[in-house]
Design a protein around this ligand. Structure first.
Ligand code: PRX
Length: 655
């Protein structure tokens, strides 16, 4: 099994059609219907989105303008009033869905819990009142640092209900990374748990929160709200820390949803870029609600009786949009699983599918590759016949893994939707609609209606079929990020100025390289900037470099990605040492551990290479391109004439 190479993908031309039975029952039933929707949306995007906003969501007050576009800043459904927690909960309570399972949760040790819409609504209202009790008000920010337990979703919905913005920090991030994000977002309260289960061990989350808040380093945080999950001894600090189960006894379950403006801040989610610290991606209420709602409905082809499972963590955008908001807004049954793929239980995902009769399953290529390695006997020993649709997200999927997924998991009968999108896009942008668009292994296929995706050169000109270029979007869409929190200039520079705007025409630059084939299908090749994708986790090389140079032994560091069979990419760091230090195995271990402490285990370098010097241009810039080739063990390609000292490269090559 290998990563997709350009050659293997160019040769990939198998076409898979959905069965007639699938198409007949699907939300979008044919390629003609898709084309009709696409052309309609392209001709009049505002009418297209306004019609959906009107028919799919509940509003407290209708908008007066569909789109106010002052490039690159967009406002959707201006002056409309709604609440996403109302759309996800309250509006289902007056229908037959009241007692339908909203959330089915499965804990890693095998405990489980089901909450109906009525029960989830009650819990959210109580949690919202607990936040209010701690002084949280509309417009405040709340940090959420949680394991994958129902309270994570409950906390998000409770924030949305009272108009506080959440900023969820993935539970795998270190105390330092958590602190940076809480400081940037100026969070008032942190919601956490004593611990969570991850790969057979307890992750002590509250302990990390204590470290992040130590010595008043996040002055904005006045309280924490702690859910008891694992039950181990946990230190609680005087007036600052509160157990959720204690507060629960003091608050009522009556909390009407606050009418929010369409453009009120819903959440901030931090993501890595090629420069500087992670940036706070800002999403607002109305456009995000609509976009996640309609993409979930059409792409996952939701039927009333479906059990839908997305395996992401709520710490990432996939968890926000496709575990919590999109499915619940549609009144679906969404599954949440605390565990991760692990060799101690190689059938863990398949057990969840069998136990809960999952119909629609959405996961990442890196998980698929891990399960391929664990062996076909595990899925084959389970009954997976409930599955009718599969999805993938987060990185390119190699055709071999696609075919395995289709055959071994999908039994050859389930369409696969390969969904391309980003934290910044809020929801899925390029994907098959499963009853309508035939699929090709390794291609995300076609843009969602209303998404004017293109492949361009750096002048903004569309390139021809099968020519590589940059993936860009030509028109604003409701789910798009609105700005970088506290830094609108960075928003403009990062996404809208790679291609200089001409005649007021702004293009959203995604940072991915891609090509489009003769059928118009998109093939996303991966990042064109200094972002690497390790096991579906997005990391900036510069963040890891900063973590390394913050260690006293390190003089300079350069980080690159190299292809990895399982994780897609792995991290390789080239490091030069300060004069008094010399390379050793102990130092190597210490540096890896240092990165884990600064960022989290997801950023642990697979390899660290000590060097006397790094290859630089005459103007002193590190030539990462050469290091990338060296790390990948391929011939150095491209021009090396700008190298200041060629012997540096020679030495590195000799190792
Ligand atoms: O490089 C693309 C890759 O993941 C990046 C976005 O990462 P993040 O913001 O963490 O969001 C991940 C989940 C939406 C993209 O720039 N990516 C995501 N989906 C795909 C993909 N690459 C290829 N194919 C995909 N389906």
């Amino acid at each position: 099994m290998s990563q997709p190479t350009i050659e293997s993908i160019l040769q990939e031309n198998r076409l898979f059609h959905p069965s007639a039975e699938f198409s007949q029952k699907a939300q979008i039933k044919s390629l003609d219907e898709y084309h009709r929707l696409y052309e309609q949306a392209k001709a009049d995007p505002q009418a297209f989105w306004a019609h959906l906003a009107e028919t799919e969501l509940d509003w407290f007050q209708k908008w007066d303008t569909v789109l106010d576009w002052q490039p690159p800043f967009a406002k959707w459904f201006v002056n409309g009033k709604l609440n996403i927690s109302y759309n996800c909960l309250d509006r289902h309570l007056t229908t037959w869905r009241r007692n339908k399972a909203a959330l089915i949760w499965e804990g890693e040790p095998g405990d489980s819990r089901t909450l109906t819409y009525a029960q989830l609504h009650r819990e959210v209202c109580q949690f919202a009142n607990a936040l209010k009790h701690l002084g949280v008000q509309k417009g405040d920010r709340v940090g959420i640092y949680m394991p994958m337990i129902p309270e994570a979703a409950i906390a998000m919905l409770a924030c949305a209900r009272i108009g506080a913005a959440h900023t969820v920090v993935f539970g795998g991030f270190s105390a330092e990374a958590l602190r940076d994000r809480l400081v940037d977002g100026q969070a008032r309260v942190v919601v956490t748990a004593d611990g969570g289960w991850r790969k057979d061990a307890i992750v002590p989350l509250k302990e990390q929160v204590d470290k992040a808040l130590a010595d008043g380093s996040v002055p904005s945080v006045t309280n924490t709200l702690v859910v008891k999950r694992t039950g181990q001894e946990t230190h609680m600090l005087g007036d600052r820390d509160h157990w959720w189960h204690d507060l629960q006894k003091q608050v009522s379950a009556d909390c009407p949803a606050e009418p929010m403006d369409s453009e009120d801040l819903l959440f901030i989610l931090y993501t890595s870029g090629s420069t500087g610290k992670p940036k706070g991606v800002v999403h607002t209420t109305g456009g995000y609600n609509l976009y996640t709602h309609i993409t979930t409905k059409w792409i996952f082809d939701l039927q009333d009786t479906d059990v839908y499972w997305c395996t992401a963590d709520v710490g990432w955008i996939t968890g926000h949009s496709y575990i919590v908001y999109g499915p619940l807004s549609n009144g679906a049954t969404t599954v949440m699983y605390e565990g991760a793929p692990r060799t101690s239980n190689p059938g863990c995902f398949w057990d969840v599918i069998e136990k809960h009769g999952v119909n629609v399953f959405y996961t990442a290529p890196t998980a698929i590759r891990a399960f391929i390695k664990m062996g076909d006997e595990h899925p084959k020993a389970r009954n997976l016949s409930s599955l009718r649709l599969l999805g993938t997200v987060g990185e390119p999927i190699n055709p071999e893994a696609w075919i395995w997924y289709q055959q071994v998991i999908g039994g050859g009968r389930c369409p696969i939707v390969d969904t391309w999108w980003q934290t910044e896009t809020g929801g899925i942008m390029i994907t098959a609609l499963p009853g309508a668009i035939p699929t090709k292994p390794g291609s995300a296929t076609l843009p969602f209606p209303g998404v004017l995706a293109d492949i361009i050169d750096l002048e903004g000109k569309a390139v021809g079929a099968n020519e590589g270029g940059y993936l860009a979007i030509r028109h604003p869409w409701p789910g798009m990020m609105r700005t970088v929190y506290g830094d609108p200039d960075r928003f403009r520079r990062t996404y809208w100025e790679h291609v200089p705007p001409k005649e007021g025409q702004y293009l959203y630059f995604a940072g991915d390289g891609a090509r489009r084939d003769e059928d118009g299908y998109f093939w996303v090749m991966g990042r064109v900037d200094d972002v690497i994708n390790v096991a579906g986790h997005r990391l900036g090389t510069m963040e890891i470099e900063s973590a390394l140079v913050s260690h006293p032994a390190v003089a300079e560091a350069a980080v690159v990605g190299k292809p990895d069979e399982l994780k897609g990419q792995d991290i390789v760091a080239f490091v030069t040492l300060e004069g008094t230090y010399s390379p050793s195995d102990d130092l190597l271990k210490e540096l890896k551990q240092h990165v884990v402490k600064e960022i989290g285990a997801i950023a642990r370098p697979g390899e660290i290479r000590f060097a006397d010097a790094l290859p630089k241009t005459r103007s002193g810039k590190i030539m990462r391109r050469l290091l990338r080739d060296l790390a990948s063990g391929v011939e150095i390609s491209g021009d090396t004439s700008t190298l200041e000292d060629r012997s540096v490269l020679e030495k590195l090559r000799q190792g």
